[in-house]
Write a protein of this length. Structure first.
Length: 437
């Protein structure tokens, strides 16, 4: 009996040892790997992915083969039927519809956050008019009454909230009232007397204005959706809205973008830019020299800037600068010297600066608590670390190109110090950004 038990135990331990050895060796044995706790959830809605290789599509589930969806194409899932996905994608400058198998989509597509790219994250900002002659930010009291309006210097503290249709609601932090472009607070009128109007503050969100923000150099232009008038100091020296207003506005965020419902992980294989040529020559297309395959340094930078400032930087502009100044390493990626250089060149535009280097997790924790973000090396890749939770003792990591071997996802991951100290997420050489105030 004892001998039989020993044989059973021996077989059991050999099996366990073999299993562990196979996993350690990277065997293709199918095992369930528990993912890290994700940083956020984009919520219900359509599913988005980018094709890593060409994918067959059909006119109906199991129907006629219509050809291939090209590699690096962004695909939006708009319907489901059994083991099939109904999809829409762009090809030859046209939108096309069809069906793909669920298995092929999930095997051959990289999922990403398909929500709109907001020029600014939701939140509280110090909002200032850029004085045209001196190109400086001017200050005054908070504006509420008409008597306070007649000033050559404007400064507000405002909440911006995106409405998922390319527009923002703007609310005064001091009074709680919403900005509107007309004295009546009604924005539906298409004709405004004299093609200009003063700012009006209204209590009801239903009567509030809805505004587009357009990046222009170091600032934004703010346009009312209903009247197409632009926020400016009008020709009457009142802050208001005027046709063809030329004033620029600077928004300085009061805290990093780490709120769960506001956080974003911008990934290099997003269908909007996945195939963009990252190298010498803007119009070239290559299966290796594009954002999907080589853009981790650019999008780690995008995530660092967006998280620390709330502003979405132009990835094409960053990439073109990297190429022009020899930070692009052909066949590899981006030289780490780019991170400090990018802060020198784009810091004034987006409101951040380079805050130095670090090598230890202790330094990382200290800097994160100060509101900084960090770009860091992991083996063969760049990622961004944006927050630390002292209760769970975990770090919030944004991976611009998730892979199964890193167990990351397209929505951020909370990872432990142990995870950042070994294997595929061993983090070293931190490059820190902070907001300029």
């Amino acid at each position: 009996m004892v001998k039989n038990l020993r044989k059973i135990y021996k077989v059991f331990f050999i099996a366990i040892f073999t299993l562990v050895s196979l996993v350690a060796a990277g065997s293709s044995l199918s095992l369930t790997v528990e993912a890290y706790k994700h940083g956020y959830d984009p919520g219900p809605g359509a599913k988005f992915g980018t094709a890593r290789h060409a994918i067959s599509f059909y006119d109906s589930p199991g129907g006629t083969d219509l050809g291939y969806i090209p590699e690096f194409t962004g695909i939006k899932v708009i319907g489901r039927e059994g083991s099939w996905y109904e999809v829409v994608f762009r090809k030859d400058k046209q939108y096309k519809y069809g069906w793909v198998t669920k298995d092929e989509f999930e095997y051959d597509c990289l999922e990403y956050d398909g929500r709109d790219k907001q020029p600014m994250a939701d939140g509280l900002y110090l909002f200032s008019r850029i004085e045209p002659e001196k190109n400086i930010f001017t200050t005054s009291h908070y504006l509420e009454s008409l008597e306070q309006y007649k000033l050559n210097a404007l400064r507000y503290v405002l909440h911006f909230n995106y409405d998922d249709h390319g527009v923002y609601y703007i609310r005064n932090h001091v009074t709680g009232k919403y900005m509107a472009p007309a004295a009546t607070g009604l924005t539906g009128q298409k004709s405004v007397s004299g093609l200009k109007t003063i700012i009006h503050w209204v209590s009801s969100k239903e009567k509030a204005g809805r505004f587009h923000l357009y990046r222009d150099g170091n600032g934004y232009r703010v346009s009312d959706q209903a009247t197409a008038l632009t926020l400016c100091l009008t020709s009457d020296d009142y802050p208001g809205f005027e046709q063809n207003g030329q004033d620029l506005w600077r928004a300085v965020r009061t805290r990093s973008v780490t709120e769960k419902n506001n956080l974003r992980d911008y990934v290099q294989y997003d269908g909007e830019w996945a195939s963009y040529h990252y190298g010498d020559g803007k119009k070239k297309r290559s299966s290796t020299d594009n954002f999907t395959t080589a853009g981790c340094g650019i999008f780690a930078t995008v995530n660092a800037i967006y998280t620390v400032t709330g502003h979405f930087p132009d990835p094409y502009e960053l990439a073109d600068y990297a190429v022009a100044h020899y930070f692009r390493i052909v066949g590899s990626g981006t030289d780490s010297g780019f991170f400090e250089a990018a802060a020198d060149v784009f810091g004034e535009k987006y409101g951040f600066r380079f805050a130095g280097y670090g090598e230890s997790l202790k330094t990382l924790r200290f800097r994160l608590k100060k509101g900084q973000t960090a770009i860091t090396h992991v083996p063969g890749h760049y990622v961004t670390i944006v927050d630390y939770n002292p209760k769970t003792k975990k770090y919030l990591l944004l991976d611009p190109h998730y892979l199964p071997k890193r167990h990351t996802c397209a929505y951020g991951d909370w990872v432990s110090a142990k995870t950042l100290s070994e294997d595929t997420l061993y983090a070293y050489n931190f490059y820190f950004y902070e907001r300029t105030r």
